[in-house]
Design a protein around this ligand. Structure first.
Ligand SMILES: [Zn+2]
Length: 583
């Protein structure tokens, strides 16, 4: 089998709607499927998937392409990696690679980093199992009630004390120190000495969301309460801390099934809940929650329940997440644990049942936010004003009217300020937000609509939706009706491909276009329905032919100025042309 036909076979098997649907909640809208874009923050869906064309396109950020493009962008993978993933998944045998030198170099480099991570994980796992070396790590997990099953499933390990255990192991496996440094498992001193990044820590591999669950980085925790408690892999080509959640690859299915994601602060909390059978749990990597992972969560679940420690730092962290959830429009609730507890200690002492009750009774994050703000400090007028000043700009971003109305009502009840007063205050904030949105939208769609004339847009639409018209329109020189360079390049390809054995498909045109901006434009254009119905096609073709002839004659007149014989010839042609069109 050729490489190209393997690619085709994957495309046949990997229906784009079902592949994308695993990561983005799609709704049928006419001929397309729509959802919230996983690549940029948005409140109204502009992410579009077309099943007939097997294409996706976001009208907001302009990302788009076929199923491979989606897989690459969503999982941050190179093309060969995406190809291999989908081939594995859909049982297509891939022939020996035919990648460009550039693609191969990039893929090999990344592949080597994955290999280093894989080797490091194996080393940490082995060290944990080692009777003497791993005892401290095993004792720690035992003390924290982490079962052997969880240790195995999450591939937990131990990085023993010492500076070069992993380094020697990697050298023994023919890994270059440079590569290990690039993968973030070794460090280099100022004098140029390489040494282990993680020492005397229990290790948590962080995996990506592909079915292969590739290891992209690690978190390491000290055994005592010395600082820093947690250390993560630094930023590498594979690991971007801000985009990850711990445990996501293991919990994705459960989040989809239950519709909710339980969000906790650390690795150990995540594993403790998991150990008690709560599967829909993910953790931040000891850092503030960012937009990117929330965008991924909302593509899979319907709500998030934020569980943070009862201490002040935990509460503050929970409060900071509200703008992110409101911005990304993922509904969120907050669990406040009893004083002195974190999720790990609570579930271990009180049990799963008690924890589930807390989850079920969790108030909305918005209520939690307002309550916390009102609680902290006296209830005088100045205080209320300052709280409202804080909350209203956040609320102004809520686009869902019902949700906003409900929040407003709650806020009025809690602050004793009349709804009408709050509403007018909110409106003044909203006009600011709206202006921003307007500017955005204008910017996004300007490129598509303004510069092209209606005639040429209709002509291209006709050629794309009714390929049988290409023969007629090609012979009658309709090309001269087009002045826009992008449309001209596209139509040239359509006319050029016509008559060859290769059928004119959307994809053929995409592949032959050299410029990225042309491809983006065409993709967006391709999502438009046909302008004319089947019955109107014939008339449309006649109209364009007549127009092209007129244009041609007008051009000839310009050239023939001052040459009576030439003008005579043109007039004759004009009469004939008129008859031809009438017939
Ligand atoms: Zn987008």
């Amino acid at each position: 089998m050729s490489y190209q036909s393997a690619k085709e076979e994957i495309k046949q098997a990997a229906d784009i709607v079902s592949v994308v649907g695993q990561f983005v909640q799609l709704r049928k809208a006419g001929k397309n499927f729509m959802g919230l874009c996983p690549f940029h923050g948005e409140k109204a869906p502009s992410f579009t998937v077309n099943q007939d064309k097997q294409m996706f396109h976001c009208f907001g950020c302009k990302k788009g392409g076929d199923v491979f493009d989606f897989w690459m962008a969503y999982h941050s993978l190179s093309f060969p990696e995406a190809m291999r993933d989908l081939a594995d998944r859909y049982n297509v045998r891939l022939p020996e690679k035919h990648f460009t030198a550039e693609e191969k170099k990039k893929a090999d480099y990344r592949e080597n980093l994955y290999k280093v991570n894989e080797l490091a994980a194996a080393y940490f796992q082995k060290a944990l199992a080692h009777p003497a070396k791993g005892k401290a790590g095993r004792d720690y997990f035992k003390k924290r009630s982490i079962s052997p099953d969880i240790i195995e499933e999450f591939r937990l390990g131990y990085a023993p004390e010492g500076w070069d255990g992993l380094k020697q192991f990697l050298l023994g496996n023919k890994v270059s120190l440079e590569t290990a440094l690039a993968a973030g498992v070794l460090k280099r001193s100022e004098k140029g000495h390489y040494y282990d990044m993680f020492r005397g820590r229990v290790m948590f591999p962080i995996m990506d969301l592909t079915p292969k669950k590739r290891i992209i980085g690690f978190g390491g925790r000290v055994l005592e309460d010395t600082l820093p408690k947690y250390v993560n892999t630094p930023e590498t080509p594979l690991f971007h801390k801000g985009t990850c959640l711990y445990g996501f690859s293991a919990s994705r299915k459960a989040i989809r099934e239950t519709g909710r994601a339980v969000l906790v602060e650390g690795y150990m909390d995540c594993l403790a809940l998991r150990g008690h059978g709560l599967k829909e749990v993910v953790a931040t990597l000891g850092t503030a929650l960012a937009e990117a992972p929330v965008r991924k969560l909302k593509g899979i679940g319907k709500e998030a329940i934020v569980v943070f420690d009862a201490d002040e730092a935990g509460k503050a962290a929970a409060l900071r997440t509200l703008p992110i959830f409101l911005n990304e429009q993922l509904s969120a609730r907050a669990v406040v644990l009893p004083k002195g507890h974190d999720p790990d200690s609570f579930i271990n002492s009180e049990g799963r049942e008690a924890f589930s009750k807390l989850l079920d009774a969790a108030p909305s994050l918005f209520d939690f936010y307002v309550d916390q703000k009102l609680k902290s400090g006296s209830q005088n007028i100045e205080r209320k004003v300052s709280i409202l000043e804080e909350i209203l700009p956040i609320m102004a971003k809520v686009r869902n009217e019902t949700q906003r109305a409900l929040y407003l009502k709650r806020l009025s009840e809690k602050t004793d300020v009349a709804e009408s007063v709050l509403l007018s205050a909110l409106r003044s904030k909203q006009s600011v937000v709206k202006d921003h949105i307007k500017k955005d939208t204008k910017h996004q769609f300007a490129a598509v609509n303004v510069t092209r004339s209606i005639g040429e847009i209709q002509l291209l639409n006709l050629l794309l939706h009714y390929p049988e018209t290409v023969a007629d329109l090609k012979d009658r020189h309709c090309r001269m009706l087009i002045s826009d360079p992008t449309i001209r390049r596209i139509v040239d390809i359509i006319f050029d491909v016509h008559g060859h054995s290769e059928p004119i498909t959307f994809e053929t045109i995409q592949e032959r276009l050299d410029r990225d901006e042309d491809r983006v434009w065409l993709r967006e254009f391709g999502f438009r329905p046909a302008f004319c119905s089947d019955r109107e096609v014939k008339q449309a073709v006649c109209d364009f032919i007549a127009k092209a002839q007129e244009e041609g004659i007008a051009n000839s007149f310009k050239k023939a100025m001052g040459d009576p014989q030439a003008i005579n010839e043109i007039l004759k042609r004009k009469v004939q042309a008129g008859r031809a069109v009438e017939n």
